[in-house]
Design a protein around this ligand. Structure first.
Ligand code: ACO
Length: 311
């Protein structure tokens, strides 16, 4: 690394000119991006599982078609993100193997089960809603390919969030049993959704450097607060309640104050001890093995294309 390369990199970060794959970048910047984009890609593909669980049981053809489209979108998001990670010089197979070997993380939220139909609308609304708050900020992240992937992903997440909320309004205006099912799903997903934003700022080892490099543009707590401020009025509009006895609107600051997150639970989930961690990885390993013939066929086909006269 020359001083001139470092100076040019620092200048691009300061002036918010995107860093592109061919540009020089510090090793630690590259590694941080591979870690974050890789985890993000894994989250998208593992995130297909909880909702995929309801594809055969969606209550109508319309709901089924919407859910199918949403789950397919998540697969597409994974593909853009693995491609963005590959521009940093890593192999997709390598990243994916690390997921299967439990050497890379994916979002904590996908280690919770989907017990009733109401979980599907609530995931669309709360989980994709939380993802949007985080990802809208990432549209201006300093690494060009990641920022550009985020723009398209955010458009699709926005559709996911709206369809989730629309399906929640149907349950909220339905029978007592439907309203109870909705409240129960909100009770189970509210706190895990807040945990998606990561540890509190005092406890986030990667934040300072990622903020300095403008990989992250806001802290975990700032984005979590934004999500709570956006979402509490939506819960109220549904006639539902937030499962937080300490929640109140602070007139002085214009923000909702909320109770303490159960960080022990968060730490357990990201250490692999959540309710569904084993099940999720087992499903991904099984799919990888069952898909071996597709990879072999694709390789055979491309070899044939490369040498069309040989066969
Ligand atoms: N689930 C699992 N792991 C998490 C979570 C979470 N919700 N939040 C933080 N972590 C991990 C971090 O990856 C980091 O682990 P590592 O250092 O071993 O790699 C550790 O906890 C400490 O956290 P931070 O220092 O705060 O980490 P970071 O600066 O990377 O911030 C954040 C975490 C906010 C999740 C960031 O990585 C990010 O914005 N990622 C992109 C968005 C994303 O991945 N979304 C996935 C869910 S949305 C969806 O897929 C639909």
């Amino acid at each position: 690394m020359s001083d001139e390369q470092q100076r040019r990199f620092d200048q691009r970060i300061a002036s918010e000119t995107a860093i592109e794959p061919q540009d020089w970048m510090p090793d630690a910047y590259r590694k941080t991006l591979i870690r974050q984009i890789g985890q993000h890609a894994h989250s998208e593909v593992v995130g297909m599982l909880p909702e995929g669980n309801w594809l055969t049981r969606a209550p109508s053809l319309r709901r089924k078609a919407i859910l199918l489209a949403k789950v397919q979108d998540e697969a597409g998001h994974g593909l853009y993100l693995y491609s963005a990670a590959e521009t940093l010089g890593c192999a997709r197979e390598d990243l994916y193997q690390k997921l299967l070997d439990n050497q890379m993380k994916y979002s904590s939220i996908f280690n919770y089960p989907t017990l009733t139909w109401a979980d599907v609308p609530v995931i669309g609304w709360l989980v994709d809603g939380a993802a949007i708050v985080n990802q809208v900020a990432l549209c201006r992240t300093s690494y060009g390919p990641y920022a550009r992937a985020m723009v398209k992903i955010c458009k699709e997440e926005s559709f996911h969030q709206r369809q989730g909320y629309e399906a929640c309004t149907v349950l909220a205006n339905g029978s007592d049993a439907q309203r109870q099912m909705l409240q129960d799903a909100i009770n189970r997903f509210w706190w895990p959704a807040l945990m998606m934003f990561g540890p509190g700022d005092d406890n986030s080892p990667n934040s300072a450097r990622s903020l300095a490099w403008k990989i992250k543009l806001h802290t975990n707590d700032e984005l979590r607060q934004r999500f709570v401020d956006n979402t509490v009025p939506q819960v109220e509009l549904l006639g539902m309640t937030v499962p937080d006895a300490d929640l109140y609107f602070d007139e002085a600051t214009g923000h909702y104050r909320f109770g303490e997150i159960n960080w022990d639970e968060f730490n357990q989930v990201i250490a692999g001890q959540g309710i569904c961690n084993e099940e999720r990885l087992a499903a991904k390993r099984q799919a990888w093995e069952a898909g071996a013939w597709v990879r072999e066929a694709a390789l055979a086909w491309s070899a044939k294309q490369a040498a069309p006269d040989a066969a």
